[in-house]
Design a protein around this ligand. Structure first.
Ligand code: NAP
Length: 210
């Protein structure tokens, strides 16, 4: 399988690059190699490549900065996924795109399911939701995407953590070492651990799917 990963320098992208390097024909683009805010550059760099799966691990993930940089947040989180989906559809390749629980307002006291009504309450959440919609709208218009195998995937995750960049989990560990009590901000029963290995398995409908 030929896989292209954009956002190859981020937490998720770097982990996927390591995980898949030996097993697959892998090409990665980090931010310096491909600027997703530039639609023309995306076309120029990705259209000539042959691949079966494109994994988008890139995003404008600084939630606070998104509030003051709305156009940039929407360019990367909403417009770029649309261009990526268009390129994949032309090639009959599958796009695996990552979204976030920030498409919800966090008020529900039970685990969220896919059909729950979205209600983003931040520019980050709104821009990520717009990205989801752009991909799914394009897919729904495409006659060739009727079969499940051809469909792009939008995967909503919450905390992404790993060795490549500090994350929320690292903050909690640091605070637990320094403070007597640490306020828990989420409900453990709402969490489910997913290994990065599962990404391709989900794409294949394999045992880790779901
Ligand atoms: N982190 C979390 O806890 C969390 C929670 C829920 C969902 N998610 C989603 O999961 C996915 C992966 O998140 P992550 O934690 O791996 O994020 P991350 O570590 O912040 O990585 C995102 C990557 O995107 C790159 N990027 C930003 N702007 C770009 C642009 N204009 N062009 C090309 N690349 C650009 C960043 O490069 P630079 O750093 O060089 O700018 C970075 O390498 C994202 O879709 C995110 O929305 C993350």
């Amino acid at each position: 399988m030929r896989i292209v990963i954009v956002g190859a320098g981020g937490r998720l992208g770097a982990a996927l690059m390591r995980e898949y390097a030996r097993e697959f024909d892998l090409t990665g683009f980090n931010h310096a190699q491909l600027d997703l805010a530039n639609a023309k550059e995306i076309q120029q760099k990705l259209s000539p490549l042959n691949f079966d799966v494109l994994i988008n691990g890139a995003a404008f993930t600084n939630v606070d900065l998104c509030e003051s940089k709305q156009p940039e947040a929407f360019a990367v989180n909403a417009d770029a996924p649309k261009v990526l989906a268009e390129i994949c559809s032309e090639k009959k390749a599958k796009l695996i795109h990552f979204s976030t629980d920030y498409v919800f307002d966090g008020e529900k006291r039970e685990p969220y399911i896919e059909d729950d009504a979205v209600k983003p309450i931040s520019v980050y959440g709104e821009s990520k939701r717009a990205g989801e919609k752009n991909i799914l709208a394009l897919q729904d218009r495409s006659a060739s995407a009727k079969a499940t195998a051809d469909r792009h995937l939008v995967v909503r995750v919450s905390w992404v953590f790993g060795p490549d960049r500090p994350s929320f989990v690292d903050q909690m560990i640091k605070r637990a070492r320094e403070e007597e009590k640490v306020q828990q901000t989420d409900h453990p029963e709402r969490l489910r651990l997913t290994r990065q290995r599962s990404v391709i398995s989900v794409a294949d409908g394999g045992p880790d799917a779901g």
